[in-house]
Write a protein that binds this ligand. Structure first.
Ligand code: DX5
Ligand code: ZN
Length: 219
């Protein structure tokens, strides 16, 4: 049976109550915490660094799924690993020597992920599928939570699913951006196994618990 995971992105959490909200998400049954790191260069927004990862590590035992939307991520891999990241996911658009970057991540004892933006074709990520522990398909242009799901991502997930299966890879196939009760089933059908959600969990009008339950019930 396929195992599916929900990775709750703290980007939409209330940071005046971060520990409490993380505990609530954990109690509601999320599998991972997703930390969106943005540098104001690779994406227009600036968000969190290793310092926040460190506090998340103290606040929860859940795996920390760290998404690096930064230029030259190689400079910070060690800092994020030391801060407690369980997985580091780097963008194919900003890693000129991806084989080496993935190797570097693994050498730090954390899971290595590779991610592609909506305009980036599947072929660009193909050479790295065999060594990646996780492949992340963006279904919004990265930078902000609360954006509209881009349906073009569905076919990309299906294409990558086929390639991972052909390789006999057990890598997670993760999706990120606009994932909610309507879009999740489409990504599941295409073959995704890990679902990032910020708004659908932390900004759910019925609360975090109900947000998680609504997504979980579809898996
Ligand atoms: C976008 C981030 C996402 C974001 C998702 O750049 O990578 O992880 O938090 O937010 P929602 O689930 O609201 O689309
Ligand atoms: Zn993300």
């Amino acid at each position: 049976m396929t195992k599916y995971v929900i990775s709750s992105s703290i980007l939409s959490a209330d940071f005046t109550q971060l520990g409490k909200q993380i505990a609530e998400a954990e109690a509601a049954g999320v599998d991972w915490l997703h930390v969106d790191v943005m540098d104001g260069h690779f994406v227009p927004n600036i968000t969190m660094g290793p310092f926040i990862v460190e506090w998340c590590r103290k606040a929860s035992k859940l795996p920390l799924d760290v998404h690096l939307m930064i230029e030259k991520p190689e400079r910070y891999l060690e800092a994020f690993a030391k801060a407690g990241a369980s997985g580091l996911t780097v963008h194919v658009e900003t890693c000129p020597d991806m084989h080496n970057t993935l190797k570097q991540i693994k050498a730090l004892g954390v899971k290595a992920g590779v991610v592609l933006n909506p305009p980036t074709p599947v072929g660009v990520v193909e050479p790295y599928l065999v060594e990646a522990d996780l492949v992340l398909v963006m279904s919004v242009n990265p930078g902000y939570s609360g954006q509209k799901f881009m349906p073009e991502a569905i076919d990309k997930v299906a294409q990558i699913r086929k390639k991972l299966d052909a390789l006999g890879s057990s890598a997670w196939l993760e999706v990120d951006g606009g994932i909610d009760a309507t879009t999740l089933p489409k990504m599941k059908e295409a073959g995704a196994t890990a679902y990032v959600a910020a708004t659908a969990i932390f900004k759910n009008p019925k609360g975090i618990k109900e947000g998680v339950r609504a997504l979980r019930s579809l898996l």
